[in-house]
Design a protein around this ligand. Structure first.
Ligand code: NAD
Length: 484
């Protein structure tokens, strides 16, 4: 049975505080990946619409920057409160357009909402420095100022949290924004724009343009000299293209890109905890998370036992529409994702991997792939190099700590790593040796609004959340005042 979209989800562009059609009244359909049904027809913006949105953000910038930090924080706090009231509506819309099980969508409402609360509290803590210069001939004042109008491009896998993680710190810092959500999951962002409007956000401070022509619509915004900052979450290849475009205007950029997380299980690990952590790190969001564990590196003496236990758990997982009770694995986002996941599994199997459970797509309707465990994955398999972005847990083995570190770091990505060990000294060595921006030490989920989220190497630059998150939207100015 297909579940209908809640009544009243916006379907138009949100520009300068008004809901408007796209130029030429163009629209495009948004689908439910669990059934293939069309959920809504929404505005398909042109480049001209996007520039109109930037015009509004530019016009609102000065007064928003001059709005008292406390007042900015209070609007964010109201947004947080409204999100709690509307949690079920947001969760349902996310499950319908993206596919994740409803309990996970509720979890995203909590996580996404925490950025509103965290940055509502940070808005009043923007500060600077004041002091004598070393020569004693002048006073040095260091102040922080909003960067200016920002452009945000967000992905489909966490439709709410990827938006709030950018919008909340930007608003707290005094920046105005244009957001372009992913074309596969635009409804949640539109619903969130409605919520910001209800929270009392002035017109033009946040603008949302939905479009199927992402590249054509984004390029002129990025090229516009009035824009000051680009923040992108998505794949590394698109991120590289956007960095090149941003270079032209020497824009500030933040990039939250792909991952290829190692999940390292040492022979001294608590295997019960490692199995629990593995289930969360791999199967949350149907395996479609940048933080998803991609390579399970397990010490050779415990690998069989680890594989047996995870395979038992995975074989018992319930697959179905995210709106159905008890479902743990929803559909993948689209047909392409099913095909790609199948190819990665076939490649690994062709190189000798054993399928312990799952291994293939599930017949439609909907775009489902059976949750899968592969053991004995050979080096050279494509899924050790690429993000799987599907419910496939791939196990390889190592002999000693040095080999574990070498294998874990053998990737161009560096977003997050997971390490299971009972040895405290080894845990600390792993913090130093693993080349990632984040680590779960005996933990399978690390995300927290109070912590700096982000990667090294080709996983990106910049941090979202934590004390660091607001810095991405502030620029530092130094002023010298001579003493006499
Ligand atoms: P994607 O790169 O295909 O798309 C991301 C966004 O960019 C979408 O809004 C899309 O419409 C837009 N886009 C695509 N091509 C563009 C272009 N040429 N110009 C301008 N915009 C363009 O990624 P996706 O498939 O939506 O998301 C999955 C990817 O995102 C994975 O690689 C995942 O690891 C990554 N991701 C990273 C993080 C993080 O915080 N590091 C979080 C979530 C997802």
């Amino acid at each position: 049975m297909t579940t209908a979209l809640p009544v009243g989800v916006p379907t138009q562009l949100f520009v300068d505080g008004a809901w408007t059609d796209a130029a030429g009244s163009k629209t495009f359909p948004v689908f439910d990946p669990a059934s293939g049904a069309v959920l809504a027809e929404i505005a398909d913006a042109s480049a001209e619409d996007a520039i109109r949105a930037l015009d509004a953000a530019v016009a609102a910038q000065e007064s928003w920057a001059a709005t008292a930090p406390r007042a900015r924080g209070e609007i964010l706090r109201r947004a947080f409160d409204l999100l709690q009231e509307r949690a079920e509506e947001f969760a349902l819309v996310m499950t319908l357009e993206m596919g994740k099980p409803l309990p996970e969508a509720r979890g995203e409402v909590v996580y996404g909402g925490e950025f509103l609360r965290w940055f509502s509290e940070e808005a009043v803590r923007i500060s600077g420095r004041y002091g004598l210069n070393p020569e004693g001939t002048g006073r040095m004042i260091v102040t922080q100022h909003p960067v200016g109008p920002c452009f945000f491009i967000t992905p489909w896998n966490f439709p709410l949290a990827m938006a709030t993680r950018k919008i909340a710190p930007a608003l707290a810092a005094g920046c105005t924004v244009v957001v372009k959500p992913a074309e596969l999951t635009p409804l949640t962002t539109l619903l969130f724009a409605r919520l910001l409007e209800d929270a009392g956000l002035p017109p033009g401070v946040v603008n949302v343009v939905t479009t199927t022509r992402s590249a054509d619509v984004s390029a002129p915004v990025i090229a516009d000299r009035r824009l000051r900052k680009l923040s992108f979450t998505g794949s590394t290849p698109v991120g590289k293209r956007l960095i090149a475009q941003a270079a032209e205007g020497v824009l500030r950029v933040s990039m939250e890109l792909g991952g290829n997380a190692p999940f390292v299980v040492f022979d001294d690990a608590d295997l019960d905890k490692a199995v629990d952590g593995a289930m969360a790190a791999k199967f949350r969001n149907i395996g479609q998370a940048c933080t998803a564990a991609n390579r399970f590196l397990v010490h050779e003496t415990v690998a069989d036992e680890f594989a047996r236990r995870v395979a038992e758990r995975v074989a018992a997982m319930r697959v179905g529409a995210g709106t159905d009770d008890g479902v743990q694995i929803g559909p993948l986002i689209d047909d392409k994702a099913v095909v790609k996941t199948g190819e990665l599994v076939q490649d690994a199997v062709g190189r000798g991997a054993r399928v312990l459970t799952g291994g293939s797509p599930i017949d439609g309707p909907g775009t489902f792939f059976a949750p899968t465990v592969l053991a004995g994955v050979a080096s050279g398999s494509a899924l050790l190099r690429e993000e799987i972005f599907g419910p496939v847990l791939a196990i390889t083995t190592f002999r000693d700590e040095d080999e574990a570190v070498r294998l874990a770091n053998d990737t161009e990505y560096g977003l997050v790593s997971y390490v299971y060990t009972r040895d405290l000294a080894r845990g600390h060595r792993m913090i130093d040796r693993l080349e990632t921006g984040m680590m779960g030490l005996n933990a399978g989920v690390v995300s927290n609004a109070a912590a700096p989220f982000g990667g090294v190497k080709q996983s990106g630059m910049g941090r979202e959340g934590g004390l660091e998150g607001i810095q991405e939207y502030l620029s530092t100015k130094y002023t010298l005042i001579p003493a006499d």
